[in-house]
Design a protein around this ligand. Structure first.
Ligand code: 8IG
Length: 277
């Protein structure tokens, strides 16, 4: 069982930005890297990218960094890595995502993003495995996130914090990604709470309100990244077509398998995009 009582984010007087600053100083101490330039969260199917981006100069178990929760899922490696690109940029690779459906609260969900900002990163690259609503998409296909619809009915922002989300997923960074792979399609990411997948009716609802991708992670993280002033690039690996769009039932095994097959291709793409940022 995850220990829900020993996390400093959960204290009655906790300030999430102070906890993120402590986490960033842990990272600086444990990696020996004073400042990171780019942060990259690796979702299902994207883990191999870390090896292709550059040389890993340090690997830190997330459990040694203030405020991080233990990973809930196999395939979500609970480590933070400092990777140096051939061009000399320091990339903080976050392989330790906390999902909203783990019920630890939204502060824990966005702690990695706030920590990334506190390490100095000004660009946040968010990746995930997700379901596709567009029928032309195929499992194993990466797509850019152009915007999102947050159906969690929650926000990582606390108090009267009014943050503009126009161009949340930077058009400039999407252009950079397309300069590497002009065939990249894009779509609106719709975040459901999960952990169940959608019903076919819910997928139709998502489609009617303008969604193209269904997932369980990235929207809340992107909001926190924007609050922290970062520029955001989002990628979804379509591991399955959403419920009712594909004719067969969804299975976690199928999702893992699609990720495994696509991994070398999308990881190479992501590495090239990161170098171009
Ligand atoms: I991988 O079909 C993956 N994650 N909500 N729906 C939602 N999240 C997902 C899906 C999906 N596939």
């Amino acid at each position: 069982m995850p220990d829900t009582h020993s996390n400093p984010l959960d204290g009655p007087n906790a300030n999430p930005f102070e906890v993120a600053a402590l986490a960033a100083s842990d990272i600086a101490r444990l990696t020996g890297v004073e400042k990171h330039d780019i942060a990259l969260t690796l979702g299902s199917g994207w883990s191999k990218a870390a090896d292709l981006i550059g040389e890993t100069t340090a690997t830190v178990p997330a459990t040694e960094v203030t405020g991080f929760s233990k990973p809930a899922l196999e395939g979500h490696v609970g480590t933070l890595r400092s990777v140096r690109t051939p061009g000399g940029k320091n990339v903080l690779v976050i392989g330790a995502r906390t999902h909203y459906y783990e019920n630890h609260g939204v502060r824990r969900v966005v702690h990695s993003v706030r920590t990334a900002a506190a390490t100095g990163a000004t660009t946040m690259v968010l990746t995930n495995g997700a379901g596709g609503i567009r029928e032309t998409w195929k499992p194993g296909q990466p797509v850019l996130i152009s915007d999102h619809i947050n159906l969690t009915a929650d926000s990582p922002l606390e108090g009267a914090t009014f943050v503009d989300l126009t161009d949340l997923y930077s058009a400039r960074l999407r252009d950079v990604a397309r300069s590497i792979d002009p065939s990249l399609d894009e779509g609106v990411y719709t975040q459901f709470r999960g952990p169940h997948y959608e019903t076919p009716a819910e997928v139709q609802m998502a489609k009617h309100i303008g969604g193209h991708i269904v997932g369980m992670s990235t929207a809340l993280e992107a909001i926190a990244a924007r609050e922290a002033g970062m520029e955001i690039l989002g990628f979804s690996l379509i591991t399955n077509l959403a419920a009712g769009i594909q004719k067969t039932p969804l299975s976690h095994a199928e999702v893992i398998e699609a990720g495994r097959e696509a991994e070398p291709v999308i990881s190479a793409l992501l590495a090239r995009v990161v170098e171009a940022l």
